[in-house]
Ligand binder design. Sequence first.
Ligand SMILES: NC(=O)c1ccc[n+]([C@@H]2O[C@H](COP(=O)([O-])OP(=O)(O)OC[C@H]3O[C@@H](n4cnc5c(N)ncnc54)[C@H](OP(=O)(O)O)[C@@H]3O)[C@@H](O)[C@H]2O)c1
Length: 277
Amino acid sequence: VIVGGTVSQVVKSRNPAVKEGEYIADYAGWQSYSVGGGPGGGVFGVNKLDPNMAPISTALSVLGMPGMTAWHGLMNIGKPKPGETVAVSAASGAVGSMVGQLAKLKGCRAVGIAGGKDKCDYVVKELGFDACVDYKAEGANLHKALAAAAPKGIDIYFENVGGAVQQAVLPLLNDFARVPLCGMISQYNATEFTGGPNWAMLLIKRIMVQGFIVSDHADQTGKFFAEVAPLIKAGKIKYREDIVKGIDKAPAAFIGLLKGKNFGKLLVQVSDDPTRK
Ligand SMILES: NC(=O)c1ccc[n+]([C@@H]2O[C@H](COP(=O)([O-])OP(=O)(O)OC[C@H]3O[C@@H](n4cnc5c(N)ncnc54)[C@H](OP(=O)(O)O)[C@@H]3O)[C@@H](O)[C@H]2O)c1
């Protein structure tokens, strides 16, 4: 079974702590039914979900692993200060959309990078970023377009994609910039090494690059919830989910993700969701 975070409804339970009909967030993978789970399991500790508090799908998006990834990378590695400029790639996605909104709440200028006009419009008009650069439309002009969107340079680059976008961003980093290295989606299928960033620039500008994997920071989950759940409840953080129906559609949806076909956190719904009217 291909691994993956899941939200499930309990259909049979011999565990008194988990009742039939309840909802849990787990790590049950790409399958319609799973055996196991229950409190104490899973990467982030299985959560019992309250559908009245937030839609159960948010345990996989803004209140789950992607939300925590954005929060941890930005707050604990990026350490944003008011007045700084934060740039984030894959800005309309599950992680990127949260990064920019948290940056705004911290008093920073938020610059998104995304593929296509619709995604960029959403990032600026709905999410409230200061600017968004469409890397697909800009092509070879991307560096110039980014320089115009970040006139004071970039203090934090939240890296989600690598590749050509990274090449355009790096020369714009300011002295003492921080780079939470979250993802390199444009290079996941690469079969050859195409060269990396110029380390001399990292040295001269005293730039800090820190790779991280969110599951190493499960101890931060409580803090993440305490800070972010009220922001979502108050409508200060918006989110978007791209829900594909049917497990048979999962492979195509996954391939589409690697081409930017998703718009928001990509989720696959494998059975009816009684909480969704
Ligand atoms: N370190 C960790 O613990 C951790 C945890 C979760 C996620 N991640 C990483 O964080 C990144 C964002 O994840 P997510 O769940 O929020 O995904 P997402 O942004 O919802 O979806 C992925 C987006 O990446 C962009 N993309 C795909 N191929 C690209 C390419 N060749 N060049 C440039 N952009 C491309 C597309 O957006 P556009 O249409 O805008 O290009 C696509 O919609 C991914 O790299 C993921 O692997 C890391």
